[in-house]
Design a protein around this ligand. Structure first.
Ligand code: CUA
Length: 342
């Protein structure tokens, strides 16, 4: 009886200390809560932290108590007492954890129902992952963006997909994560509550530049969002090359092709147009419009020497329109300093 009271005191002390520490530092351990959904997630996580703190104390308490109180006395070589089970204890350590797990399952299912419930006036944004880029399309306004802009307080459904391998959409401040799977569309509902700039990361290993697969998420006031939409739907003022620069950014071309002469995953676009290109099969070709079109549509055909592993997706023919392709070629031509009409 003395030992039972002793070990209960040790467990209570460790549990209390852990709860005080958690109560003080829980918010500092986590990033900002920037969506309605994050409050549900953090409430559930907080409850689990408190249960886990008690379980931690239960194990550590018994261990520390045994180490110090039941230490072998000098000269005592006798065997310890032999126990063959304890039915009451076994029923307790089965029923109590079962009840706790079922309780969390019921509460968690309720929260999941709340945060995934559709609303009638949702803003729809199509999110497309690719190696290594995020692209955001707003079908209601007919605009596309390399950054995710969201109005504060408006429930938004992100329709998440991929054009190549599996990626995963993750904004820690929103506390939600959803896989982007080719051929499938997964919805994710977010209601941002804090104006600010966050970063969407890819949370699924997807190749060489996985860790650089980032895009800004800008949560703005409703009127700022509307102003942004108006500016996007206005007709483009620049020429074809400027449109091509936008398309290159939107579709992730610049994740692999630099425009400053450096080599990333693919050949640079600087001074490419009109140049002689050495191919891996030993032949040479002039980088004219036909060569660049073919390299975009059939990246495995004319491989540049030194780039033996073809990392480029082969499905840009399905992603880009004729106009997009023409604008891209014009942009690449504009990056060439020597006369490209020769
Ligand atoms: Cu996309 Cu990792």
């Amino acid at each position: 009886m003395k030992h039972i009271l002793g070990v209960i005191a040790v467990i209570a002390a460790i549990t209390l200390a852990a709860w005080v520490w958690l109560g003080r530092s829980f918010d500092q351990l986590l990033p900002l809560r920037a969506s309605e959904e994050s409050f549900f997630v953090d409430r559930l996580l907080g409850m689990q932290f408190y249960v886990i703190a008690f379980l931690f104390a239960l194990i550590i308490g018994f261990m520390l108590y045994s180490i110090f109180v039941f230490r072998r006395k000098p000269g005592d070589d006798s065997d310890g007492d032999y126990f063959h089970g304890n039915t009451t204890l076994e029923i307790m350590w089965t029923v109590v954890p079962l009840g706790v797990v079922l309780y969390f399952a019921v509460v968690g299912a309720g929260y999941l129902g709340d945060i995934t419930a559709p609303e009638s006036n949702e803003l729809v944004v199509q999110v497309t992952g690719s190696q290594w880029n995020w692209r955001f399309d707003y079908p209601r306004f007919g605009i596309s963006s390399p950054e995710l802009n969201l109005p504060k307080g408006q429930q938004t459904v992100l329709e998440i997909s991929s054009i190549d391998v599996i990626h995963s959409f993750w904004v820690p401040e929103f506390r939600l994560k959803q896989d982007a799977v080719p051929g499938m569309v997964h919805p994710l509902r977010i209601t941002p509550t804090e104006v600010g700039t966050y970063v969407v990361r890819c949370a699924e290993i997807c190749g060489k530049d996985h860790s650089y697969m980032l895009a800004n998420v800008n949560v703005m006031e409703q009127n700022a969002f509307e102003a942004w939409v108006r500016a996007q739907v206005a007709p483009p003022s620049g020429g074809l090359a400027e449109a091509g620069a936008k398309i290159a950014k939107l579709n992730g071309c610049l994740g692999c092709h630099s425009v400053d002469g450096s080599t990333i995953t693919g050949p640079t676009w600087l001074d490419l147009f009109g140049e002689e290109v050495q191919l891996a099969d030993g032949s040479t070709v002039v980088a004219d419009e036909a060569y660049i079109m073919n390299s975009i549509l059939n990246p495995g055909e004319q491989i540049v020497a030194g780039f033996d592993t073809v990392a480029m997706p082969a499905n840009f023919g399905a992603v880009l329109s004729e106009d997009d392709l023409e604008a891209l070629v014009a942009y690449i031509a504009s990056l060439s300093t020597h006369d490209s009409t020769e």
